[in-house]
Design a protein around this ligand. Structure first.
Ligand code: SAH
Length: 228
């Protein structure tokens, strides 16, 4: 049995309570207040981005495995990062680490034009198919590549969001950020012990501010952690 939702996407009945709890307790209850972010999190069907056996956990307050040793980020972290980036319709956004495509879908739902890069082709193709199926594919461009080297042909970007941690902000990403633009990236160790950094470009230079402590998978690439 499907319950119609006000925003056009359906949620299976057995997941409706979980989604409500996520929105009220995990997001609104922990400081997510941007109406655009809350609307996107209420609408984008997270259960479509989770492997079928884990579907019942789709709206839990936790990351989940999506194959290739990678994870779909915790809902709160997706909402927090999206809110910190102050997304407005029409913005050009570079995303490093497509993963399941869930964050991509949230950005596209908010009207951003998203360029998303993933090092695993299998994940990129699956994410692209999902967004097409959900009608969010029009504003998104997918690519399998090393995102630590940026996406020069599509630059500059108003926003850059990395869902994988790097030892420092990769030079190519700093370069491709537009003047006045915002970049969000977990900086730190290979596993755990990372801090989300928000950088703003002013007069060609980055002003960096630390936000919360996080634990992301590593960004493996020429401009980040060298793959072994
Ligand atoms: N936001 C995603 C989570 C992605 S996890 C979601 O919600 O589903 C981080 C992803 O970054 C992984 O899929 C990993 O393969 C990818 N990744 C790691 N290093 C990368 C690189 N150099 N270029 C592109 N993608 C990379």
């Amino acid at each position: 049995m499907m319950m119609p939702e006000e925003n056009g996407f359906d949620v299976p009945e057995e997941l409706a309570d979980g989604r409500r709890r996520m929105l009220d307790a995990d997001l609104a209850g922990r400081g997510i207040s941007d109406p655009g972010v809350l609307a996107a999190m209420a609408s984008v069907p997270r259960h479509e981005f989770v492997p079928f056996p884990l579907r019942i956990h789709s709206y839990d307050d936790t990351p989940l495995g999506i194959g290739c040793g990678q994870t779909i980020s915790q809902p709160y972290v997706v909402a927090y990062m999206t809110q910190a980036l102050r997304i407005a319709p029409g913005m050009r956004v570079l995303e490093i680490g497509t993963g399941s495509g869930y964050q991509t879908a949230v950005l596209a739902f908010m009207g951003a034009e998203v360029f998303t890069v993933e090092r695993y082709e299998e994940l990129s193709l699956a994410a692209e198919a999902r967004l097409d199926r959900l009608g969010l594919g029009e504003r998104t461009t997918f690519r399998t590549d090393d995102g630590s080297l940026g996406w020069p042909e599509a630059a500059p970007f108003d926003r850059i969001l990395a869902a994988a941690a790097a030892p420092r902000i990769p030079a190519a990403l700093a370069e491709e950020l537009a003047e006045g633009g915002l970049l969000l990236l977990p900086v730190g160790a290979l596993r755990g012990n990372q801090r989300l950094e928000l950088a703003e470009k002013r007069n060609g230079r980055l002003a960096v501010r630390p936000l919360l402590d996080v634990s992301f998978v590593p960004m493996l690439g020429a401009g980040a952690f060298k793959a072994g």
